[in-house]
Unconditional design. Structure first.
Lengths: 572, 507
């Protein structure tokens, strides 16, 4: 049995070490090693994805166990149709034995594949371990990480400044992201989560845009770090306070899910205040703490600055994948393990998500800097992911998972396009650009495809993600409780308002396409894009189209992964 | 199995891929490939037309024929479902006919020819898809994706002010369908399916969650009214209904000739198609309640469009406004059908309405083509600067007169039969509208005669070179004119098919 997931995780780390052992002037080798390692991880992720997708029959069977065998004798319908005499002659029906109440944990443990487990600390009740595995949500995320990191290396082929260090840090960042998506142990998850922050800071601080990199890198780091600490404190509270009732202090997510299913997190934490349970109290901290990295309003402020200051590959990685870490962890830990808290808090968090969608789009409309347009569009689109989580039903949660993948690929494509343009024009100021369709036709086409996906054009992946989210919003009828007051129907209104966000998106995308690629501008001395750039753009654009035409290649996986959580939350 | 209808969608898409794979410098091969695929699609459309009338292939009592269903997105209850009735096959035939002619007329486009030809074929695939979709989400998918190729054709290959016109076109139609998008979500969320045949029964009978009369705390009647409004707006923008037509003259004027042909010939028809396929069957009560308004807007459209056309100096703008006027007749037919679905007399109105869409789909592209031919040679479309073409270019003038008569609705052309049927059909329900609509036809003849006089007769403008139309352009326009006259003289080649659609619609 080959430890595929460990290989995915360790290959970039090994590559980083290898690159650092090179002499500084061996630039070509450093690039080749980085490309080879990210490609190897991408191929392994694709292998994992294909393997998981091929096993969907067994996974759906595990998810929906066979109903108990029907009782012998005539069925209720047959009894109903019998003449009265025959019916009276039937033996007295025995009362059906109630199946033992089986607390359903938030994880379908049989649905995980490629699991690896090794104890790290197993001292009495305290358990921390290296536990990795994939389900239908993490498999697409691994694939996304592979795509974004490999294309990121291709796009940064022209980096000449300290290539060795750049590539090494980029590989470390990639490894950390992979780690979060495969971790099945809260401690490992936090370890990898923090592991992404340090290389991210260095990459932006040293290779970023000179004007703002100092400010932006520090702001980004502080925001994300503070958010993760808040989330960590919440998780520690879950492990220790909740674990006290269950007698297990385990960081293993499976154990935590069992503890949650036994109701250990529903205990009161303030004597005399019955409404405040551990789950309800901790949920906002954990969810919003992770939500900082997902760019949730009002903690989104680091994101546009960070994206703009970062070098192209890091923007791709950051907006494309890193923000998904936040949304993914918020789902994996906060929603799955604290369903009671989710039911209590998500009905108001959906309003924050709505602000994300509308406000992000409106601000994007006002930007002069092309990279800020994309940065704020990410804020807007991540709002849809949070909205999908907040629906708490299978359709909406599936949409959120699809939106994570779709937005990841789309925004990586956007930042790659902007990088290609900036490397050639040395400006990102929209009014001073124009007519780039002529020298960079493929980049223009790629940007247009990304833009159409971004505005939810049917036939591209954005639509396939948005429509389940919005349908989930229509089906979600959770009341917003504020003291004595209960507001109903705000989900439907939010769904309508989110539709407005699509119009604003269309407006800023058209504005950018029109001003940058059409119109007039100095285009004589712009060199054509390199074949590596083109390859990266084509790979990303084709992914958007493929998912847009065949949503079935991904939707069933995500659906299987969110179903257990949706069952806990009571939404189908 | 994938059948004839999938072929109609995927063949042009395949063609687009092939065209894009032809090397950059081989423009002739790209044109040839595009033409071959467009003709093959036309062949499929013709085969569909024949097979549809053959009971061996299509049960005459079935609602939809050639139905295909493939699993597509079960997570939200959407499937890739296709099927046709008489209305669809007519529109498919029109689209299949127009695309090869549009490719033929844009033979000389050399700038980024590969992309242009590929976009034409993608547009064809999207339009075909919208006409044969039997799933609301698939319909919306094709409906929206037809915008992008059309917007690009206008914006990149259009005239001097094409970009604002293209963006106006995109934003109007996208904005119009936004409400429809929300309404589709509501229908899907409420009933859990997007299957059109299922919805045709389920949605009008729907009584809210568990028959409670409310949904999400809102009265079901209100929800139905709002969704009706949303669907109606989307199709009204596309048709276009006065006063939502203001994107149309700019888009037509700035589009390249072939773009105008497809825009007028097929894309506007998607609006009328949407009304008949979705709005009337899904919202019978709401349609009947607002039939008066629709009829009034139809009449206003007929008269205002004709008057606006009368005021134009630019030939292309004139033809564009005439579309608004013709689409007024289409709306009038829809209104009559909405008001009195059960009356037999009204069947004539719907027959006429579909025929009007078909005839306008022939005459309007022919007019755009000829105006484009004039502009191509004379360098102007301004009637003040043109004149005397009758002597300078007799063949062009002869064709122009034939096409203009078709547009005018002169007896012997398809337009006459169509307008006659519409007016005859609405006579029993909308007397005043019928009278005003008939008056509108007088204005129609006014602007057509004005255009003919301004360009064909009068003084020959000095300095004009050889203005005669080329053989390629004749080959492109002749099929349209032949079909137009054929439909006028022998309308029975098409009416039985339309009638079948109408009878099912009225059930």
């Amino acid at each position: 049995m080959i430890p595929v997931l460990s290989l995915i995780f360790l290959t970039p780390i090994a590559g980083a070490v290898l690159i650092l052992l090179l002499k500084p002037e061996r630039r070509a080798e450093a690039r080749m090693i980085a490309a080879a390692c990210t490609l190897a991880s991408l191929l392994l992720s694709a292998f994992v994805y294909a393997g998981y997708a091929g096993d969907m029959g067994a996974i759906n069977a595990a998810l929906n166990p066979e109903p108990p065998a029907p009782r012998e004798g005539p069925s209720p319908e047959e009894i109903f149709r019998m003449p009265l005499e025959e019916r009276l002659a039937l033996p007295e029906a025995e009362p059906a034995e109630d199946a033992p109440e089986d607390p359903t944990p938030g994880f379908c443990e049989e649905c995980f594949r490629y699991e690896e487990r090794a104890d790290w600390i197993n001292a009495g009740p305290i358990r921390i371990g290296y536990h990795v595995g994939v389900d239908g949500l993490s498999a697409p995320m691994l694939l996304l990480t592979g795509l974004a990191s490999f294309c990121g290396v291709l796009i940064s082929w022209k980096v000449e400044d300290r290539v060795r260090e750049f590539m090494a840090f980029f590989l470390l960042l990639t490894a950390g992201v992979y780690g979060v998506f495969m971790a099945l142990d809260a401690f490992l998850l936090f370890f990898c989560y923090e592991m992404t922050i340090f290389p991210m800071y260095i990459l932006i601080r040293a290779w970023g845009w000179k004007e703002t990199r100092q400010y932006a890198s520090m702001k980004l780091t502080l925001y994300i770090f503070a958010g993760s600490v808040v989330a960590l404190v919440g998780v520690l509270a879950m492990v220790f306070l909740g674990g006290k009732a269950a007698g297990v202090y385990s960081f293993d997510l499976f154990d935590m899910a069992r503890v949650s299913a036994e109701g250990a997190y529903d205990g009161r934490i303030v004597a005399g205040v019955p409404a405040v349970t551990l789950a309800k109290f901790v949920f906002p901290f954990v969810f919003l703490g992770f939500g900082v990295l997902a760019g949730i309003f009002p903690f989104h402020n680091w994101s546009p600055d960070g994206h703009v200051a970062a070098p192209t590959a890091v923007s791709m990685m950051h907006a494309g994948v890193l923000m998904k870490i936040g949304a993914y962890s918020a789902f994996r830990i906060a929603i799955t393990l604290l369903p009671e808290g989710a039911r209590a808090h998500l009905p108001w968090i959906v309003l924050l998500a709505l602000i994300n969608v509308l406000y992000g789009a409106l601000i994007a409309l006002r930007q002069r800097d092309l990279k800020y347009v994309i940065g704020f569009s990410s804020v807007s689109h991540m709002g849809l992911v949070i909205m999908g989580w907040a629906t708490m039903n299978v359709t909406g949660l599936t949409g959120a998972g699809l939106q994570m993948f779709s937005h990841g690929v789309m925004t990586a494509l956007f930042f790659a396009c902007v990088g290609v343009i900036y490397d050639r024009t040395h400006t990102r100021d929209i009014p001073s650009m124009g007519g780039l369709l002529r020298p960079l036709p493929l980049t223009a086409l790629a940007f247009l495809i990304g833009g159409l996906a971004s505005m939810g054009m049917p036939g591209l992946s954005g639509f396939m993600a948005e429509i389940p989210i919005l349908i989930g919003m229509w089906n979600a009828d959770h009341a917003l409780l504020a003291g004595e007051w209960a507001v109903r129907g705000h989900y439907a209104l939010a769904a309508i308002a989110a539709g407005l966000g699509i119009v604003i998106t269309a407006a800023y995308i058209f504005r950018a396409v029109q001003a940058v690629f059409l119109g007039d501008g100095p285009t004589e001395d712009i060199p054509p894009s390199s074949s590596l750039d083109r390859f990266a753009l084509i790979v990303l654009a084709l992914t958007l189209i493929a998912l847009g035409i065949f949503p079935q290649i991904m939707a069933p996986l995500i659906e299987s992964a969110v179903t257990p959580a949706a069952r806990l939350l009571g939404g189908f | 199995m994938f059948g004839l209808l999938s072929g109609l969608i995927f063949l042009p898409l395949l063609g687009a891929a092939v065209v894009l794979l032809v090397p950059r410098d081989q423009v002739k091969w790209a044109r040839g490939a595009a033409m071959a695929f467009a003709l093959a699609a036309f062949g499929l459309a013709g085969a569909l037309w024949v097979a549809f009338q053959d009971p061996a292939f299509c049960d005459p009592d079935a609602h939809f024929c050639f139905v295909e269903r493939h699993a597509w997105y079960p997570a939200i209850g959407a499937s890739f479902a296709l099927g046709v009735d008489g209305l669809s096959v007519t529109m498919v035939l029109l689209a299949g006919l127009l695309v090869p002619l549009a490719i033929l007329i844009s033979w000389e486009i050399a700038e980024r020819a590969h992309a242009f030809l590929a976009l034409m074929l993608i547009l064809e695939a999207a339009v075909m898809g919208a006409f044969v979709a039997l799933d609301l989400l698939i319909f919306f998918l094709f409906w929206e994706s037809s915008l992008v190729p059309m917007g690009l054709i206008i914006g990149v290959w259009g005239g001097k002010k094409a970009r604002p016109a293209a963006i106006k076109f995109m934003l109007f139609t996208m904005g119009g369908s936004l409400g429809m998008f929300a309404a589709i979500q509501v229908i899907g969320a409420a009933l859990g399916t997007f299957d059109i045949p299922a919805l045709l029964n389920a949605w009008p009978a729907w009584e809210g969650a568990g028959g409670s009369g409310t949904y999400l705390g809102v009265d079901v009647g209100l929800i139905k009214n709002l969704t009706f409004l949303a669907f109606g707006t989307a199709f009204a923008v596309k048709l276009p209904v006065w006063p939502l037509h203001i994107w149309l003259p700019d888009a037509h004027t700035e589009a390249p000739t072939s773009g105008s042909m497809l825009l007028a010939g097929i894309l506007l028809k998607m609006g009328g198609y949407g009304f008949l396929r979705l709005v009337l069957p899904l919202f019978p009560e709401q349609s009947a309640d607002s039939a008066g308004l629709m009829g009034a807007l139809g009449v206003v459209g007929i008269i205002m469009g004709a008057l606006a056309a009368l005021g134009q100096r630019d030939l292309k703008r004139l033809v564009a406004y005439s579309s608004v006027s013709h689409m007024g007749f289409v709306l009038l037919g829809i209104a009559a059908a909405a008001l009195a679905r059960s009356q037999v007399a009204v069947t004539a109105a719907i027959d006429g309405e579909i025929l009007e869409m078909f005839a306008h789909g022939l005459s309007s592209p022919a007019m755009f083509l000829l105006v484009g031919a004039i502009y191509h040679r004379a360098g102007t479309r301004n009637m003040d600067e043109l004149g005397g073409l009758w002597e300078a270019a007799p063949i062009l003038s002869g064709l122009m007169i034939l096409a203009a008569f078709g547009s005018l609705g002169l007896p012997g052309t398809g337009g006459f039969v169509a307008e006659l049927l519409v007016l005859r059909g609405i006579w029993s329900v909308f007397v005043w509208e019928a009278v005003l609509g008939a008056v509108g036809t007088i204005f129609l003849s006014g602007y057509v005669l004005k255009a003919l006089y301004g360009t064909l007769f009068g003084e020959v403008q000095p300095g004009e070179k050889n203005l005669e139309i080329s053989a390629r352009e004749i080959a492109a326009v002749l099929p349209l004119i032949v079909m137009l006259i054929l439909t006028g003289v022998l309308p029975n080649w098409i009416l039985p098919v339309l009638n079948r659609a109408v009878m099912i619609l009225l059930q």
